[in-house]
Design a protein around this ligand. Structure first.
Ligand SMILES: C[S@@+](CC[C@H](N)C(=O)[O-])C[C@H]1O[C@@H](n2cnc3c(N)ncnc32)[C@H](O)[C@@H]1O
Length: 208
């Protein structure tokens, strides 16, 4: 039986547990709303921070395209999707999560920041998304290896020819074997960074 955590529940967020946290996203100090029942409600998760820092150090726009489609797979309360939308206002950002509270919080945070380029979706609603230019994810490792492989395989086949996927995974939760698996599946995958026990992996589309 999988552990009963936010990964496996889908309830509206409970306003009684809502809180404001101070965060820095896209170089801006902001207030974000989080609540119980979503991933890392008290701060930006360390792995997410490593991903954001790695991409920001490479490029002021974190290698996002000027236009097109960007997807955050597993948005939680929205740190990655909000960053994409702030950095790339002309890009359509899809924030996808199975968890209803996470989707509601991402939508609330986008609205409060005046971001009109984020669409929040369930995985079923996101099925029609194709030609993804940039995919960012701190993926739900704890769903198990087979489910994670299904999830990532399904998303990566939808990358645009010039697109890429940036993933952050804890080293001791299988980052290196995930990289090996992605390469074996035909997705050229490089390690962009290794910091604080996390690997940042960049996967490119399959050739042909
Ligand atoms: C490690 S958390 C990252 C959350 C957020 N991106 C962050 O950095 O704080 C992974 C997220 O994936 C979501 N998730 C689990 N299974 C999923 C699936 N099949 N499709 C999309 N999201 C999923 C979880 O609900 C959780 O919010």
């Amino acid at each position: 039986m999988p552990p009963k955590t936010h990964y496996f529940t889908s309830e509206p967020f409970d306003p009684a547990t809502a809180r404001q946290i101070e965060v820095v996203l896209a170089g801006r100090a902001l207030a974000a709303t989080t609540a119980s029942g979503v991933f890392s409600p008290s701060r930006i998760d360390l792995g997410t921070a490593v991903l954001l820092r790695t991409l920001a150090r490479r490029d002021p726009r974190s290698d996002l395209p000027r236009r097109g489609l960007a997807v955050d797979v597993g948005s939680g309360w929205g740190p990655l999707a909000l960053t994409m939308a702030l950095l790339a206002p002309a890009v359509r950002v899809a924030a996808v999560d199975t968890n209803q509270a996470a989707r509601e919080l991402t939508a609330l945070n986008a609205e409060r920041l005046g971001l009109d380029n984020i669409a929040v979706m369930t995985p079923a609603e996101a099925r029609s998304l194709t030609r993804i230019d940039a995919l960012w994810s701190n993926p739900p490792i704890r769903i198990g290896k087979d489910a994670l492989h299904d999830l990532l395989g399904n998303w990566l086949e939808r990358l645009a020819p010039d697109g890429h996927a940036d993933l952050v995974v804890q080293r001791n939760l299988g980052a290196d074997s995930l990289q090996t698996w992605l390469v074996a599946l035909g997705y050229p995958t490089e390690r962009l960074a290794s910091a604080k026990g996390y690997r940042v992996l960049r996967a490119a589309p399959r050739a042909g």
